[in-house]
Design a protein around this ligand. Structure first.
Ligand SMILES: Nc1ncnc2c1ncn2[C@@H]1O[C@H](COP(=O)(O)OP(=O)(O)OP(=O)(O)O)[C@@H](O)[C@H]1O
Ligand SMILES: [Mg+2]
Length: 337
């Protein structure tokens, strides 16, 4: 009876009988403690956490129910709340261990805290610079027209930077809020890309990059035009910022759109320094930058790829990133036709 009951529970559950013998456990518990599979009857060999063993000891001896933490580092970081509670079975005292997996909740919480810290930090830097220049203009540089001109220019840039950051944050939260609603309008993806290329070709010229474009005349998809523009702009902009040679040697970027297995596939391939593999999985995190100094110097907020990821998800598409250090990078987006 207890066995069947325990097996039906979704969380890891373990029943301990007298003398720390293992009475019953379910498949989820076996996943957590692999030694349970071999029919181990000695609890300390299976559950190596001293906190849990102590709690079991106390509860077995008549103590009230307790809750302890179990923090596992290998093979992956996990955090569990373990409820240790007594119950009577055929006149004997047993202890029920049930495990609540808090790993996801903890991770979400950490992301939320990090996000607030990062956003405040990104805003504080330009704000401090603005206030610094205001003070200089009120004091030392009061009667120096040249300095005034120069400082006002810097102040305008810093102000713009803050405005851009806030715009990006607002777009991000708006897109996230609508992520479950698929866009309904018809858009010509080819036209969106051509428009972005037109807008960015002066920038490409400035950094000495040729744009090799391979786009069909038309590619109608269901999507949100403004959001798709952000995706295309960001990917091409990134290729221009990080995929071009800093020395200004001439390189090229390939921009393509084609149809593949019922998907519209848009890709941007550069031949820059590329991205080391350890950074790849984190690129779409908010504020994540391989080289924050370089990104900031180019006016980046580190929110671009986070926006791209959410927009693509809203379109029920996928974002793929390929890169080899020294070989450049390819960012591609596939959206169902
Ligand atoms: N084509 C690329 N080659 C090399 N690194 C890249 C490339 N694209 C993006 N990255 C790296 O990924 C980071 C995150 O890109 P993302 O677009 O999210 O932010 P950003 O470009 O720094 O700022 P923003 O997009 O807000 O202007 C960049 O800072 C850069 O380090
Ligand atoms: Mg970017």
């Amino acid at each position: 009876m207890i066995l069947a009951f325990v097996e039906a529970l979704p969380n890891p559950v373990l029943v301990i009988g007298p003398e720390q013998s293992i009475g019953a456990f379910n498949a989820a518990a076996r996943g957590l403690f692999p030694l349970l599979a071999s029919g181990q009857r000695l609890l300390p060999l299976v559950v190596r956490s001293p906190d849990i063993l102590d709690a079991v000891g106390r509860v077995m001896k008549g103590g009230a129910a307790e809750t302890v933490d179990l923090y596992e580092r290998v093979p992956v970081e996990r955090l569990f709340k373990v409820h240790v509670a007594p119950f009577e079975n055929t006149g004997q005292r047993n202890v029920l261990l049930s495990f609540d997996d808090l790993t996801d909740a903890k991770r979400t919480e950490r992301m939320r805290v990090d996000f607030i810290a990062n956003a405040s930090h990104e805003l504080r830097t330009p704000l401090a610079s603005l206030l610094g220049f205001v003070e200089t203009l009120q004091g030392a540089a009061k009667d120096d027209p040249n300095a005034r001109e120069r400082f006002l220019g810097i102040m305008r840039d810093q102000g713009k930077r803050m405005a851009r950051l806030i715009d990006d944050l607002l777009s991000l939260s708006q897109i996230e809020r609508q992520e479950h609603v698929r866009p309904q309008t018809q858009v010509d993806f080819a036209d969106v890309i051509r428009q972005c290329i037109d807008a960015l070709s002066p920038v490409a010229k400035e950094v000495n990059v040729r744009l090799q474009v391979d786009i069909p005349l038309k590619m109608p998809i269901t999507g949100d035009r403004d959001e798709l523009i952000r995706v295309v702009e960001n990917l091409i902009e990134n290729a221009l910022k990080y995929g071009a040679d800093d020395e200004g040697a001439d390189t090229q970027i390939e921009i393509a759109l084609n149809e593949k297995d019922g998907q519209a596939r848009f890709s941007v391939r550069d031949h820059g320094a590329g991205i080391a593999p350890e950074h790849l999985p984190r690129l779409t995190e908010r504020f994540y930058r391989v080289d924050a100094g370089k990104s900031r110097a180019k006016g980046g907020t580190g929110l671009g790829l986070a926006l791209v990821k959410h927009i693509v998800a809203r379109h029920r598409g996928v974002l793929r990133i390929w890169s080899e250090p020294g070989q450049g990078a390819e960012f591609s987006v596939e959206i169902p036709l």
